[in-house]
Design a binder for this molecule. Structure first.
Ligand code: G4P
Length: 531
């Protein structure tokens, strides 16, 4: 028991989010380096190939050279057991990216210092805010010319609506990058362009009071600027408050350079101290405590055909409480069955490892013979609770889909329903029609290609797609109080229903959403669907 508590309390499970190219992969590799999970030589050089090996499960990925799926990495550092949930780095990311955030206890946000907050960061951030999970910011690429530091922080505060608290402060950037000032220790850590891919070099630390030495190290001009900025900063920035960090209202910010490995270990250390161990999670019987309760988990992702030869599906689950043992029997609550999980495994960077045990905070993948759905709960045979469902995230692209060969209606419906059940796409129907007209909604347009590819390869069905102009979808929060027939929207609005029969509205632009709300007093719309 003591061991189980210790194991759970040393776990830190976080998702790493960024706009593509901000340096997420590079930062993750440096984290792994500190944990000794990968060897030095292979890390940087083999990056491109290693990255593809992680999730190269479909031809489409190979053809496009991008990663469609997300993967999980586990490593040990300083007594902690860390799970990093990686998210697809391409612009055409999917709902999997959102769902991954549901399985994490905190998030690391990587921002390119010359770009500030970018579109994708904004979207993912919204989900973090909804979940109120702590967010730790790493402002990367300080070895390149960066935006003004105060502007960068302002940008985060305005764009994302979260207060910032710099942990360290950069001195110059690009060619003039001299290092960072550590606010807690009140000293300057000089920048050393340590060999790429190796551990951090021996950077010099100079107490800021030692002004003579400081001026000598970073130059008169930089020293003047720094001293002035420190004064400003101490007066102006939000007071550090761990409570606010843990509620997701204040983000600690570190500056550094992942590529040259500067500031990475400091960030990792700070972050591990501040991040929480697995927290209680809400179920229909109340909160489930990770330590007090025995095994329970929920499915947050289903991935089909990772191994083409076997046509298997892997269900990824986040363990929320207790200890998992490969031999034990568990209850699949939604399926109403008690079973042994088949081939439990940990999906590491480039290999799958069969697991014998795992703890709350860990992510495991199990063979799925087609019985699991996103959001399903697993627990001990004696238990029967269900975790709160994972929200359905609003798709942003819509198309009407038909099969080319009308004789293949059955396969078409079966295929599209199965793919929707995995959560790879969302399907909708016009309010008063059957399945003859299917509207598919996706978060990233690449999912359309995936759908087309999979229907052809797995179900032997060719489809025709007609893009629809809608960009926004809203679930009706108070559907029981709304008379759908009487609801008046804009002329370009469309009423549809999802697979469970929930009514939804499709809009071409956000203006129409406002207009519809104005015209229908009392109507409540939401971007996140729940079962
Ligand atoms: P991502 O996963 O967020 O998409 O970004 P990734 O780490 O792949 O980094 C994107 C590019 O930015 C890479 O260059 C990477 O080397 C570079 N980069 C990452 N961190 C830093 C940094 O701190 N400083 C500088 N100057 N560059 C950084 P690339 O040329 O696209 O790829 P590669 O050929 O280096 O692999």
């Amino acid at each position: 028991m003591g061991n189980r508590t210790e194991e759970i309390n040393r776990r830190r499970t976080f998702a790493i989010i960024s706009h593509p190219d901000a340096g997420k992969t590079t930062l993750t590799e440096k984290f792994l380096l500190y944990g000794g999970a990968i060897n030095l030589a292979g890390s940087v050089k083999g990056k491109a190939t290693a990255r593809h090996a992680v999730s190269d499960w479909m031809e489409i990925e190979k053809e496009r050279g991008i990663s469609v799926t997300s993967s999980v990495l586990q490593f040990e550092y300083d007594g902690y057991c860390i799970n990093i949930l990686d998210t697809p780095g391409h612009q055409d990311f999917s709902e999997d990216t959102y769902r991954t955030l549901m399985a994490a206890d905190s998030a690391v946000m990587v921002i390119d210092a010359s770009k500030g907050v970018e579109a994708q960061t904004r979207k993912l951030f919204k989900v973090c805010v909804m979940r109120k999970i702590p967010i730790f910011t790493f402002i990367n690429k300080m070895d390149r010319d960066a935006n003004d530091t105060f502007d960068l922080l302002d940008d985060i505060e305005k764009e994302l609506g979260i207060a910032t608290c710099p942990v360290n402060w950069p001195i110059g950037s690009g060619k003039n990058f001299k290092g960072v000032y550590d606010r807690e220790k009140r000293c300057v850590i000089s920048y050393a362009d340590t060999e790429k891919g190796t551990k951090e070099g021996t950077a010099t630390e100079i107490p800021v009071q030692d002004e003579g030495h400081l001026r000598e190290m970073i130059g008169e001009e930089a020293a003047d600027k720094l001293l002035e900025e420190i004064e400003l900063l101490d007066g102006a920035s939000a007071e550090f408050d761990l409570e606010l960090v843990r509620k997701g209202e204040l983000t600690p910010v570190c500056f550094g350079s992942a590529l040259t490995n500067f500031g990475v270990e400091i960030f990792l250390k700070h972050f591990l101290e501040m991040a929480t161990a697995p927290l209680p999670r809400r179920a229909d019987v109340g909160l489930i405590d990770p330590v007090e309760n025995e095994f329970s988990a929920f499915v947050f992702k289903i991935q089909a055909n990772m191994n083409k030869a076997h046509r298997d599906r892997i269900a990824f689950m986040r363990i929320c409480s207790g200890r998992f043992d490969a031999q034990m029997e568990v209850r699949h609550v939604q399926g109403g069955k008690v079973m042994r999980l088949s081939q439990p495994q940990q999906i590491m960077a480039d290999e799958r490892k069969i697991l014998t045990e795992a703890y709350a905070g860990d992510i495991i993948g199990v063979f799925d013979p087609g019985i699991f759905s996103i959001g399903d709960t697993l627990c001990m045979p004696k238990d029967k609770f269900r975790y709160e469902g994972i929200p359905t995230f609003a798709p942003e692209h819509f198309a009407r889909v038909r099969q080319v060969d009308t004789m293949k209606r059955k396969q078409f419906v079966k295929g599209i329903e199965q793919i929707a059940q995995e959560g790879a796409i969302q399907i909708f129907q016009e309010l008063n029609s059957g399945l003859e007209e299917i509207i598919v909604g996706v978060v990233g347009v690449l999912q359309f290609d995936v759908l087309k590819y999979r229907l052809k390869n797995e179900y032997n069905v060719e489809i025709r797609m007609e893009n629809l102009p809608y960009e926004h979808i809203r679930w009706i929060e108070n559907k029981d109080q709304v008379d759908l027939d009487k609801l008046v929207g804009t002329s370009d609005m469309k009423k549809v229903k999802d697979r469970k029969g929930n009514p939804l509205l499709l809009f071409v632009n956000s203006w129409s959403i406002g207009m519809t709300l104005d015209r229908n007093k009392g109507l409540e719309l939401t971007e996140f669907g729940r079962d």
